[in-house]
Design a protein around this ligand. Structure first.
Ligand SMILES: [Zn+2]
Length: 164
């Protein structure tokens, strides 16, 4: 059964268990890869140092909040010269380092923030089962990259005068 649910999460993860609860759905997941790249020196290693559980808010499912309970790992860098001896594995298609929400959830919440703003945004996000505080929404909006600037193709007479 779980095979069919694999595509619900990023290709970096496997779902090992689905735990429907009254207020949320918990997806227990683990990274697929046996190895990881050191973020400092880029060296590949398969030497697992330790495990820990990382809880990530994810996109809602059937109107319910979704939490990914990720069995995350710390690795030892295989490069003896590397100053970063132990590192947490990176999952760039899933989540940014230290973030508590998946990248795709953050993108949806940011879209809500851009559409309606911080204060109405948290109400709408709660209604859509992707709760986030208004302050966090505002922070996300302010730190979002600006859209690409499109240079005007028509130069008006005022612009022309200004440039002289
Ligand atoms: Zn390293």
């Amino acid at each position: 059964m779980l095979q069919a649910f694999r595509s619900l999460v990023s290709s970096e993860l496997s779902i090992v268990e689905i735990l429907p609860q009254t207020d949320r759905v918990v997806l227990v997941a683990r990274p697929k890869s046996a190895v990881s790249l050191c973020p400092y020196c880029g060296c590949q290693t398969g030497r697992v140092h330790s495990h820990y559980v990382r809880r990530l808010a994810d996109l809602p499912w059937q109107g319910r909040v979704v939490e990914i309970r990720l069995h995350a790992r710390r690795f030892r860098c295989a490069n003896l010269q590397c100053p970063r001896r132990i590192f947490t594995e990176r999952l760039p298609a899933t989540v940014r380092p230290k973030a508590r929400r998946t990248t795709r959830l953050g993108e949806s919440q940011l879209a809500i923030g851009f559409a309606v703003g911080g204060e109405p945004g948290w109400r709408l996000a709660r209604k859509l089962a992707m709760p986030v505080s208004g302050d966090t929404l505002l922070r996300m909006i302010h730190s979002a990259p600006l859209p690409d600037f499109v240079a005007p193709t028509v130069v008006g007479i005022d612009d022309w005068a200004w440039r002289r």
